[in-house]
Design a protein around this ligand. Structure first.
Ligand code: G3P
Ligand code: CA
Length: 325
């Protein structure tokens, strides 16, 4: 909200550019983040993994065969391997097996070339960015525009990285401290699917934290063997109260807000937004973008003659349900 306006914060949801302007540039590149800022986003969202030397970099996954040209580098052929990550067997090349200097010799590529066809034109031009480079970019672009650009990082697979001696919390806290970004008022929001990671961060720093919730019934802590609680449990009124002890909000898969039946038809909205607000939590749902459109083309919001079945209408629908971002 602009200073001096009378609008309440709830009149305008926060816009969070998921992986940057990922519909227009290869995701998680400085160019993708820069374009998102120029398009007017409030926050840019880097997914964070680590290098072998403990530097946080932005990739959607630590396995990088689909997001870099690593397979074309004969010097790294011997590093192709298979690992189990959060119970899933994954084959390829992994950021934690590369130093930052090695990773910087790779070019970032479009992860979804069939879906984001125009982004393939940019393949081979961009580097894998570090968190520090992303913060520097946000600061520089923000200063040039006279506004603050926030960073909304997601810690990817934190319990896995801790299990191999490369915990994400330590470098994340260090980078945030070095940049003076350790207060609730700082333009930083950290999100994670893993409760243990967020609870640890809540003990170490005072930035805003968001508990991600998935629509599937997977356990919320991948290392919590035998713990039967699921995302659905976390999304219950009791679960939300528990989240409020360590986090400032939830980041639900949008299907937890407006579910679908088995045939894909939209069902009535759940009480999740209301229950989260009652627990004192903000709600930032994911993800609104053309390639995974939520609404059928003929969808209408009530009797609103202006409602359209495109991504704008999807956004409007969720805004009316009370989303904060
Ligand atoms: O912000 C939540 C969202 O980013 C989590 O899913 O897979 O898109 O990183 P993903
Ligand atoms: Ca993410």
């Amino acid at each position: 909200i602009e200073e001096g306006t009378s609008a309440r914060a709830s009149d305008r949801p926060i816009v969070i550019a998921h992986r940057g302007a990922s519909g227009y540039r290869p995701e998680h590149t400085l160019e993708s983040y820069r374009l998102a800022i120029r398009m007017g986003t409030d926050f840019i969202e880097p997914d964070l993994v680590t290098t072998r030397d403990g530097v946080l970099v932005a990739r959607h996954e630590n396995e990088i065969s689909g997001t870099t040209d690593v397979a074309a580098h004969p010097e790294f052929a011997g590093r192709r391997t298979t690992k189990t990550i959060d119970g899933v067997s994954v084959t390829g090349w992994f950021t934690e097996d590369f130093t930052l200097a090695e990773l910087k010799t790779l070019r970032a590529e479009e992860r979804l070339p069939q879906v984001r066809v125009t982004n393939t034109a940019y393949d081979g031009r961009f580097e894998v960015p570090t968190l520090q480079e992303i913060i520097d970019l946000a600061r520089a672009e923000g200063q040039a525009r006279g506004r603050t650009i926030g960073i909304y990082p997601e810690t990817k697979h934190p319990s896995y990285f801790a299990s191999i001696g490369l915990p994400l919390e330590k470098p994340l806290v260090a980078v945030l401290q070095e940049n003076g970004l350790t207060r609730k008022s700082s333009p930083v929001v950290v999100q994670s699917f893993e409760t243990a990671n967020l609870r640890e961060l809540s003990r170490l720093i005072d930035v805003r934290l968001i508990q991600l919730l998935d629509a599937a019934g997977r356990p919320y802590d991948f290392t919590a063997a035998g713990d039967a609680r699921t995302y659905q449990d976390l999304a219950s009124p009791a679960g939300l109260k528990w989240i409020a002890r360590y986090a400032d909000g939830i980041g639900p898969n949008k299907n937890l807000v407006v579910p679908r039946d088995a045939a894909g038809n939209l069902l009535a909205p759940t009480d999740l937004v209301r229950d989260a607000h009652r627990a004192g939590l903000v709600v930032h749902a994911w993800t609104f973008r053309v390639e995974n459109q939520f609404l059928p083309a003929d969808f209408r919001i009530g009797a609103d003659p202006n409602a359209r079945g495109d991504i704008t209408s999807e956004y409007e629908l969720f805004f009316r349900l009370g989303l904060d971002g």
